[in-house]
Design a protein around this ligand. Structure first.
Ligand SMILES: Nc1ncnc2c1ncn2[C@@H]1O[C@H](COP(=O)(O)OP(=O)(O)OP(=O)(O)O)[C@@H](O)[C@H]1O
Ligand SMILES: [Mg+2]
Length: 305
């Protein structure tokens, strides 16, 4: 079994180890000109950044494997030095670390996040887009990317996930489009079951593995539920083959999605991102309303402070 990964808030005493991780991560990238500023950081720079802002570190067996610095000013968090050592790549470390950086930033009073991505790394720009960031404007040697911070809900068990779905149903109405992202088994269908109960729709909500979409008519006067599983579709053009538009207006539509391209679906949408704990059943759900429909709607779901 791979060693357990743990996440925690950094302290200035972590500066030397963070510098090691930053150098390992940035020197593993293709060389760029001018070189990444990260490669000329010293321990004192990191310690100062931690005193003035914050940081998150990921460790396994007490050895640091990933880190990020957070600079917070005027309600905006800037993510800097996003670093994962190459040996733990592919374990969802960056995804969990950034998710928790965004929730720490929200706890510290920020409402938006931004960062600079180098133009030489289009794959990194795509990764950030899959995690809700949009390209904003040019930056020296790169682009500024940004997103609103989500409402964060801790979900310890599957029952709590269904309960969140029932509470969410309370703010939904016909025409709403929800896009649920998260790895295999994250809990997208479990959340949808709670939404189905809350909306009081017919039929068991189950994983639509062999059918791509399933319609659950309302039992009462509320909206029905259209449950779409796009996870296994190759790309957005295959999704176009499903006749979503026909049902969109009088039902709530929830699309289970593997990540990315959500903006293709609907201009106004609720993005639901489910992130697994690195080594537990716990899930963290990030809710981001995009478009005017969602302004203020999610406030009742915010985690009690
Ligand atoms: N905190 C939790 N929240 C949600 N599900 C949990 C939790 N802890 C354990 N589980 C279990 O994890 C599984 C989640 O499966 P589910 O089908 O909902 O995921 P999914 O994201 O829809 O997967 P797929 O990508 O296959 O569609 C269920 O068996 C559920 O009981
Ligand atoms: Mg599912």
């Amino acid at each position: 079994m791979e060693p357990e990964l743990t996440l925690r808030i950094a302290t200035p005493a972590d500066a030397a180890e963070m510098l090691r991780v930053i150098r390992a991560a940035f020197s593993a990238r293709r060389p760029v000109d001018p070189p990444a500023a990260a490669l000329s950081d010293g321990e004192a720079d990191i310690a100062l950044a931690l005193r003035e802002g914050a940081g998150i570190v990921v460790e396994s067996d007490g050895v640091m494997q990933a880190c990020v610095l957070l600079e917070i000013a005027d309600g905006v968090v800037t993510l800097r030095r996003v670093s994962v050592v190459p040996t733990v790549a592919g374990r969802g470390v960056a995804r969990s670390m950034i998710a928790s950086a965004l929730s720490v930033a929200a706890d510290l009073g920020a409402s938006r996040a931004k960062l600079v991505a180098r133009t030489e790394f289009p794959e990194l720009i795509s990764w950030w887009q899959e995690h809700g960031f949009n390209v904003l404007e040019p930056a020296p040697n790169g682009v500024w990317m940004g997103r609103d911070l989500p409402v964060v809900v801790d979900v310890p068990t599957a029952d709590d996930m269904r309960d969140l779905g029932r509470r969410l149903a309370g703010v939904l109405r016909a025409g709403d489009v929800l896009v649920a992202t998260g790895d295999l088994g994250a809990g997208k269908t479990t959340l949808t079951q709670g939404i189905g109960e809350g909306l009081d729709v017919e039929g068991p909500v189950i994983s639509p593995t062999f059918v791509i979409s399933r319609v659950h008519p309302a039992r009462g006067n509320g909206p029905g539920l259209v449950h779409v599983d796009a996870y296994r579709l190759g790309d957005a053009s295959e999704l176009a083959d499903i006749d979503l538009d026909a049902s969109l207006a009088d039902a709530v539509t929830l699309v289970e999605w593997g990540g990315g391209l959500a903006e293709w679906l609907a201009a106004d949408r609720l993005e639901i991102d489910i992130v697994r704990g690195l080594d537990s059943d716990e899930r963290t759900v990030y809710l981001t309303g995009v478009g005017e429909r969602w302004a203020g709607v999610l406030d009742t779901l915010r985690r009690p402070a």
